[in-house]
Design a protein around this ligand. Structure first.
Ligand SMILES: [Zn+2]
Length: 466
């Protein structure tokens, strides 16, 4: 298994620190609002990475934080007339609603900054003791010049960094690239007591602290969006390695951007969609499928046309699954002589899938392998198929789709199956009695319920109307 490692700028063979175990940290949302589609991408990608590692036999501990103190949260709290913690509580709940819709599992731990303040203070104290941080009038800064490796992830040297540092001329800082570990409390802000007076943590420190708290000094994989490479991840490395003297993370994985209708996402272009807004017009399962249809490092263009294409692709896979489900209801017996060759070919689709996913989590080619499998199943199953062969098809189809957590809905989700079967039976009876008007009436009734009746040689079945 190989991953493109931002640190080395090449695909590195994956070798975990501890055999069969993976420690993984991914930067989570700042909970001041519903999360937007740009954030959905890393959440889905790294959730899939975790699924895949588990599928390949690793025991994964996955930490994803919630930033629950931040300027944006404080502003939102003032707007809504509630406390910052109430804002955070509210949007953490909403995060899980949207994450569920997108098929994103809960992380092993979802730590919150406000629950780690003591750990953060201790961590900063150690950095000061080790000469990597300094206090000025209630603020604490990281001394970037004190850390030799500063710039190694984003491949920038100190001179470039300091020349390029934004002209936020805080001339109390030793170097322009120094960043805040602790911020002195301002009037009307939330704060905690610390050795440097009342204040709150800067943004970067939380990930170093939480990662260490739950995973130890060195982890296998650290991931996030490309936009986090600098300064956020660069600063995390400086903090963690400055304190421990050990390498922080062996593999740094970053996903590419999302464009909306070929334009960069931005507030000014008014194309900054939240997942909640999108869920009102499109099934979030399609969004997951769509985002996994591209290799994670490539940019993705989010547009109606491409979403429609993803939807019809997904429906093809659903049709295969439902067809096998339907045939299974009636089928019997063990593998037949003429099916032996088919059965022997099924594992090749698993190999194709693994080959794709092992190569830097290429979900695009992984999905192609599932389409190939789907095509093969469609051409080899019929009403004559044995139950055992159909079951083999179903098993491998579900095995692969489960890794990506796609094609998970049952045909009957959202439908009253008993009622549908009852109506189908009544319609069959009406047809038998040559009461075609009644049969048509029932077909119409089912149609109104969103159900299309299909008469096949093996009997009558149904599918959802698209
Ligand atoms: Zn982070």
């Amino acid at each position: 298994m190989r991953f493109y490692n931002t640190l080395t700028r090449r695909k590195d063979e994956f070798v975990p620190i501890e055999k069969n175990k993976v420690k993984m940290y991914s930067c989570g949302p700042t909970v001041y609002n519903y999360f937007h589609i740009g954030n959905a991408r890393p959440f889905i990608i790294f959730d899939t990475l975790r699924n895949y590692l588990e599928y390949r036999g690793y025991e994964v501990t996955f930490v994803q934080n919630f930033t629950d103190v931040d300027d944006k949260i404080i502003n939102r709290a003032n707007e809504e007339g509630i406390s910052p913690l109430e804002v955070a509580d509210k949007y953490i709940k909403e995060y899980f609603v949207d994450a569920d819709g997108l098929g994103i599992r809960r992380a092993s731990v979802h730590p919150r900054v406000t629950e780690c303040i003591e750990d953060i203070i201790e961590f900063i104290e150690e950095l000061i003791q080790k000469g990597h941080a300094y206090e000025i009038d209630g603020d604490v800064y990281y001394d970037t010049k004190s850390f030799d490796g500063y710039g190694k992830l984003s491949r920038q040297n100190m001179e470039e960094l300091n020349a390029g540092a934004r002209i936020d001329v805080d001339d109390r800082k030793k170097s322009p690239s120094d960043f805040a570990l602790w911020k002195k409390k301002k009037e009307g802000e939330i704060g905690w007591i610390s050795p440097w007076g009342e204040g709150r943590p800067g943004w970067h420190i939380e990930c170093s602290v939480m990662s260490r708290k739950y995973l130890g000094d060195t982890i296998d994989i650290h991931s996030g969006g490309q936009d986090l490479i600098f300064p956020h991840h660069e600063n995390e490395i400086a903090q963690s390695e400055g304190r421990s003297g050990k390498e922080f993370a062996h593999y740094w994985l970053h996903n590419g951007y999302i464009n909306i209708n070929n334009q960069k996402m931005s507030k000014s272009l008014n194309n900054f969609f939240t997942v909640r807004e999108i869920s009102e017009v499109i099934d979030l399962e399609i969004v997951r499928f769509f985002l996994l249809s591209a290799q994670y490092r490539n940019p993705v263009n989010f547009s109606q046309d491409l979403l429609d294409a993803a939807k019809s692709g997904m429906e093809r896979l659903y049709n295969t699954k439902h067809k096998v489900e339907f045939l299974l209801e009636q089928a019997q017996g063990m593998i037949k002589e003429d099916e032996k060759e088919f059965v022997s070919k099924l594992p090749s689709y698993r190999e194709l899938f693994i080959e794709a996913m092992d190569d830097d989590l290429n979900t695009a080619d992984g999905i192609s392998a599932i389409f190939e499998l789907s095509k093969f199943i469609n051409t080899t199953v019929s009403e004559k198929s044995s139950k055992e062969y159909l079951q083999e098809c179903m098993n491998i189809f579900c095995e692969l789709t489960n890794v990506l957590n796609i094609i998970q809905k049952k045909k009957s989700d959202g439908f009253d199956e008993d009622k549908i079967n009852e109506l189908i039976e009544q319609r069959s009876l009406a047809k038998k009695e040559k009461n075609f008007a009644e049969a048509d009436r029932i077909r119409g009734q089912l149609h109104d319920m969103g159900v299309e009746v299909l008469d096949t040689r093996q009997g009558t079945t149904w599918k959802k109307i698209d």
